[in-house]
Write a protein that binds this ligand. Structure first.
Ligand SMILES: Cc1cc2nc3c(=O)[nH]c(=O)nc-3n(C[C@H](O)[C@H](O)[C@H](O)COP(=O)(O)OP(=O)(O)OC[C@H]3O[C@@H](n4cnc5c(N)ncnc54)[C@H](O)[C@@H]3O)c2cc1C
Length: 531
């Protein structure tokens, strides 16, 4: 998936994927000082935290290359934008899934007030994110029966897990004034400094405008004996302050250091409040409802403090403004956390993968109990990844693309031959690992190719590009319809794709993700077994 530019162990890092990942050097004196201070409290420099070990302090690896965000629109969609079999629709709002009994046969969407329908004979893949994928299911009658009935929605399929298990990172941001002049971005992005940064970016695509928001981070164990870090810290090299139009860069010079539990256990929910796709669902995070989360957050704040007050920081003349040096007890810190912490916009889990009664999709992203329906986005992660969620979401899109593009196996081949053949066919096919929305039979009147398209995406920017593709590919191996509905189609089967996984923003990210890796492993196992 990734194309990583830095030094690193080839066993762990991808070099040829579409998603470019870079790793800045810690040359800036501010970052070098933080790395030194962390080492003084026992947190060592780890140049590649996506390698063999995650633990340590490091420059943030980012999906940024040449000073540009490497969004899925850029890395996955741009290269195929002009394909004859790709149709992109923007300003489209998906209002519901079309169900025929327990089979999904398409989607209903509106563009400029006009309601349209796209039919799919094989499968629909929903990628509307952790809030809107469950919303779409509920609007379509899939979810908790009583909740749906109360809103006047006909229950088409009972799935109690839809909208439950909402997890997110709840992050307090500690704030530090820095007395030494010219060190922080507050100082360096002021007046002529700002002009310098703008020029630097315009001419060389370098400088603070080419960086991720938190260019340095640490993965830390809350206590000895843990197998892997459970806390994350990230430094933003400036202070912000609230303003009526949102946070603005402070006139004071300082640092923001966020510190939080990486795999919180607190669970909330997201559910519709009306049978209307335009009405936002109600979100209840239940942050800190699991006691260990509160304990770990306090521990993370204490570790942040210990780094910021380590001897190496003395020349920077650092002083704490939040939570404030007088908040010394766990209760006092927790009290501040409850007032000051915020989401980091990493919602996951609301259509979780699994086989328990609350699971919504299986190990190949197929919705339990509904044929022809897959979900491919952050909502399927059963727990939070050990880091940020953008790259893991892209990985889910890649896996969905693999599964949806696997052609019919040739029953005359043995399992190993079949597996090889599937891999080869995938590489040579027109498929591209974007994210898929619909696989459909060639029931449209035109030639096998572009047919019809499907929604996703409500704004015209690349950030919310919604793609619908009717892919008139004939199965590479040309087999008859199979009993297995995943790939069940004849040679007359076309594939309609939609919905680029829509990772609108390219962010610094963690490529380590435990649950998704488990998912990959089990998916591969299933795939082999299926063959
Ligand atoms: C402000 C912010 C900062 C973030 N920072 C980082 C970061 O630094 N690092 C990181 O790794 N992650 C970050 N994330 C998280 C990351 O963006 C998400 O984890 C990732 O985008 C999830 O991908 P997704 O495909 O599940 O959902 P999304 O990217 O949310 O895509 C869902 C898409 O579906 C569309 N959609 C929803 N409902 C409908 C409908 N009914 N009809 C049509 N279209 C619909 C939406 O418009 C959207 O385009 C950040 C997120 C935000 C909001």
């Amino acid at each position: 998936m990734e194309s990583y530019a830095g030094e690193g162990d080839y066993a762990f890092r991808g070099r040829e994927g579409p998603l470019r990942v870079t790793n800045p050097e810690p040359h800036d004196p501010l970052f070098a000082t933080i790395i030194k201070a962390a080492a003084q409290v026992g947190i060592q420099h780890n140049p590649d935290y996506n390698g063999v070990s995650q633990e340590g302090v490091a420059m943030s690896q980012a999906t940024i290359a040449g000073g540009r965000r490497m969004s899925t629109a850029r890395c996955y969609l741009d290269p195929v934008r002009n394909r004859w079999n790709l149709q992109i629709e923007t300003k489209a709002l998906t209002e519901g899934l079309v169900l025929d009994g327990k089979r999904c046969t398409g989607v209903r969407y509106s563009v400029g007030g006009e309601v349209r329908e796209a039919r799919a004979a094989r499968a629909v893949v929903v990628s509307a994110g952790a809030f809107n994928s469950p919303q779409l299911l509920e609007l379509s009658g899939i979810g908790q029966p009583e909740r749906l009935r109360n809103l006047g929605i006909e229950v088409r399929h009972e799935l109690p897990g839809v909208g439950e298990n909402l997890r997110d990172h709840y992050v307090p941001r500690t704030r530090w004034l820095v007395g030494k002049k010219g060190i922080t971005f507050n100082d360096r992005a002021r007046g002529l400094g700002l002009a310098h940064q703008v020029l630097r970016y315009a001419l060389f695509r370098q400088g603070m405008l080419a960086m991720t928001g938190a260019p340095i981070r640490a993965f830390v164990c809350s206590r000895e004996g843990l197998e892997a870090p459970d806390l994350m810290l990230g430094w933003i090299p400036m202070l912000f302050e609230p303003s009526p139009r949102g946070p603005k860069i402070s006139r004071q010079s300082g640092l923001t250091l966020y510190a939080h539990a990486m795999r919180p256990e607190s669970k909330g929910s997201v559910h519709i409040t009306a049978a209307d796709a335009r009405r936002p669902p109600a979100i209840n995070f239940n942050f800190l409802s699991s006691p260990p989360d509160a304990e770990l957050t306090v521990r993370a704040v204490r570790i942040a403090r210990s780094i910021m007050t380590a001897p190496a920081m003395t020349p920077l003349q650092v002083s704490e403004t939040a939570p404030g040096a007088d908040r010394t007890t766990d209760d006092a810190i927790l009290d501040w956390v409850k007032k000051a912490a915020e989401t980091t916009y990493h919602p996951v889990g609301t259509c979780k993968m699994g086989s328990d009664p609350m699971a919504v999709v299986d190990a190949q992203l197929r919705v339990h109990g509904i044929a022809g329906l897959r979900i491919a986005d952050a909502s399927i992660m059963p727990t939070l990844a050990s880091g940020n969620t953008n790259a893991p979401s892209i990985m889910i899109g890649e896996k969905a693309a693999d599964w949806c593009s696997i052609p019919q196996p040739d029953p005359s081949l043995n399992a190993n031959d079949r597996f090889r053949r599937v891999g080869g066919a995938r590489r040579s096919s027109l498929f591209h690992p974007l994210a898929l929305l619909v696989e459909g039979r060639n029931n449209a009147p035109a030639s096998p190719g572009l047919r019809q398209c499907v929604s996703l995406g409500s704004t015209p920017s690349p950030a919310s590009i919604i793609v619908a593709v009717w892919h008139g590919i004939r199965s590479a191996s040309g087999h008859s319809p199979a009993a297995d509905d995943r790939f069940g189609g004849s040679t007359d089967t076309g594939l309609a794709y939609a919905s680029i996984a829509s990772h609108s923003l390219s962010f610094d990210h963690r490529l380590r993700f435990r649950a998704p890796l488990t998912a990959i492993a089990s998916a591969f196992r299933c795939q082999r077994e299926a063959l």
